[in-house]
Design a protein around this ligand. Structure first.
Ligand SMILES: C[S@@+](CC[C@H](N)C(=O)[O-])C[C@H]1O[C@@H](n2cnc3c(N)ncnc32)[C@H](O)[C@@H]1O
Ligand SMILES: Nc1nc2[nH]cc(C(=O)O)c2c(=O)[nH]1
Ligand code: SF4
Ligand SMILES: [Mg+2]
Length: 207
């Protein structure tokens, strides 16, 4: 009991947490509670949440506070994102979320070791900081952001290292969508093992 009591007092820098609809990947369309942990050292030039890079300046919340807030909503799907969430030890947070009955998904670049109990790993590797090898085994979905036509070949390199069951998604870089999306459409028609992931929350103008 002492252990659980200690665990729930551990803290994380939380940039924001919100109940919304998962806009990307396999769980697109599902209600989910997003926990955006601050801190990222990957530095993607087109990152859509650069305010998350600095760990400092964000609310520091205990596991207890994070999970109690999450439990206020009826959905029991939690998405841990960031920033780069794998920069944190996720064991205390995920233990408490599991105890509260959550299915836990993570959004990660794979640049740092995975910790804790995660039910679904969305692996989105970046050119700006190479992923760790462990993610080719652990990924449930590969989601490659396409910014330039050369990124298709780069996506295939990652796909070739994955297990057979991993789902494959190509997601247009939001700012270049008008130019890139037609290329992705053609690519997926020619290479049907891939699917398109759109950031549908941005089209719906929700968080
Ligand atoms: C903001 S990141 C946070 C999680 C983790 N750092 C990562 O990159 O996977 C969440 C998801 O958004 C994607 N993403 C970030 N900026 C984007 C953009 N401008 N257009 C499309 N997808 C983007 C990332 O590739 C990732 O799949
Ligand atoms: N609705 C919604 N879906 C998302 N899927 C991944 C997101 C992320 O920023 O990690 C995200 C996000 O920020 N909002
Ligand atoms: S790894 Fe994720 S949070 Fe970090 S800069 Fe890239 S897209 Fe943004
Ligand atoms: Mg986002």
């Amino acid at each position: 009991m002492e252990n659980l009591k200690d665990t729930v007092q551990i803290t994380y820098p939380v940039m924001e947490a919100f109940y919304t609809i998962q806009g990307e990947g396999k769980y697109q369309g599902h209600a989910a509670y997003f926990i955006r942990l601050a801190g990222c050292d990957v530095g993607c030039v087109w990152c859509d949440v650069k305010e998350s890079w600095e760990e400092e300046g964000h609310p520091i919340l205990s596991v207890d506070e994070i999970v109690n807030e999450a439990k206020k909503y009826p959905g029991r799907l939690a998405v841990i994102t960031g920033g780069e969430p794998c920069m944190h030890d996720l064991s205390p947070l995920t233990t408490a979320l599991k105890e509260a009955g959550f299915h836990i998904n993570i959004e990660t670049s794979g640049a740092h070791e995975l910790s804790g109990h995660i039910d679904w790993v969305c692996f989105s590797p970046k050119k700006f900081k190479a992923p760790l090898d462990e993610f080719y085994q652990k990924a449930d979905e590969l989601k490659v952001v396409i910014f330039h036509k050369s990124d298709f070949a780069w996506a295939e390199e990652h796909a070739s290292k994955l297990g057979d069951d991993c789902l494959l998604y190509l997601q247009p870089e939001w700012g270049k969508s008008a130019k890139i999306l037609p290329m992705i459409v053609d690519y997926v028609k020619d290479n049907p093992k891939w699917k398109i992931s759109l950031q549908v929350h941005k089209y719906m103008d929700i968080p």
